[in-house]
Design a protein. Structure first.
Length: 281
DNA sequence: ATTGGGACCTGCTCGC
DNA sequence: TGCGAGCAGGTCCCAA
């Protein structure tokens, strides 16, 4: 579900609600299959204990990860997986279905984490080594940062010969792109998702960089994409609106906005890809 | 080392 | 109406 624009929207919603607040603890819902939220952490009790009393200094985003910067120097990191939602409920809001955890704040207030498919994960990092503190997931460059230039994108693409689609989905190449925005960016750049990554010319790399940045910026402005089958909502339960601006994603069979050829789909890199078979080469 | 495929989960829609 | 198949915004792990 959530790609860069959705995570960024949630970050902005939550920032003013959590900055400066102190964590009281984390309550986890019972899970008969074991705690999938803390796959890489030994115990729920110690996770909550270590967070308790920590003040939240800032809330940042890196790729699709949300980073709570704590006064201990540690980071509470949340990845929403495919179906995770992080909600700051108003008074009296009923609990959502598939509630997995509640982050309680001192002095009242809390965040709810709901996730039907349980692919989301919580992490608690205490940065010892500098590098893991900065980039524990080995993520590639932030596509909306200034230093994401054609040179960086080009060198990431040149190292691989897998389909362009696969490389753009790889978070080590570029951080934050998922299935929706990869398809939309490739359409804008007129590049076929199966084009071998190392066979993109310099001018095309520049077009692709521009396409990635424009689609992500527009999607952030639109507060993300809530696809036809629902799913994504922001931190107060509202839908995004970028679904009305999608040009190929979930538009199979509809005419290409550029050349009227019906939009096609194909399975590439294990995901359904949407593209114009005529004007994307 | 890279790459593709399956696994991890649950819910929803579609066709028979 | 009921049931199985197929699909879904992500990532990890494992053989080739």
């Amino acid at each position: 579900m959530p790609e860069l624009p959705e995570v960024e929207t949630i970050r902005r919603d939550l920032l003013r609600r959590v900055r400066g607040r102190t964590i009281a603890g984390v309550d986890f819902s019972p899970d008969p299959r074991g705690c999938r939220l803390l796959r890489r952490y030994p115990s729920r009790a110690s996770f909550s204990r270590r967070l308790s009393g920590r003040k939240i200094l800032d809330l940042r985003r890196r790729g699709k990860y949300l980073l709570f910067v704590l006064d201990s120097g540690e980071f509470l990191i949340i990845h929403l997986g495919m179906s995770g939602r992080l909600l700051a409920p108003a008074a009296g809001d009923p609990a959502p279905s598939h509630l997995r955890a509640v982050l309680r704040l001192r002095g009242g207030g809390f965040l709810r984490y709901a996730d039907p498919r349980k692919f989301g994960e919580f992490y608690l990092f205490s940065p010892r080594r500098k590098e893991t503190a900065v980039n524990p997931f080995r993520l590639g460059p932030e596509p909306l940062d200034k230093d994401f230039d054609a040179g960086r994108l080009g060198s990431a693409l040149a190292r691989r010969r897998a389909p362009l689609k696969a490389v753009l989905l790889d978070q080590k190449a570029v951080a934050g792109l998922g299935n929706i925005y990869t398809d939309e960016a490739l359409f804008r750049a007129r590049l076929h998702p199966r084009r071998p990554s190392d066979r993109v010319k310099a001018a095309e790399v520049r077009d692709l960089r521009r396409a990635i940045r424009s689609v992500l910026r527009e999607a952030v402005r639109a507060r993300g994409t809530t696809a036809e089958d629902g799913g994504y909502q922001d931190a107060v339960g509202r839908n995004g609106s970028f679904q009305f601006r999608l040009r190929v994603y979930q538009r199979k069979g509809e005419p290409c906005p550029r050349c009227r050829t019906p939009i096609a789909t194909a399975r590439i890199a294990g995901r359904t890809s949407h593209f114009c078979p005529r004007c994307q080469t």
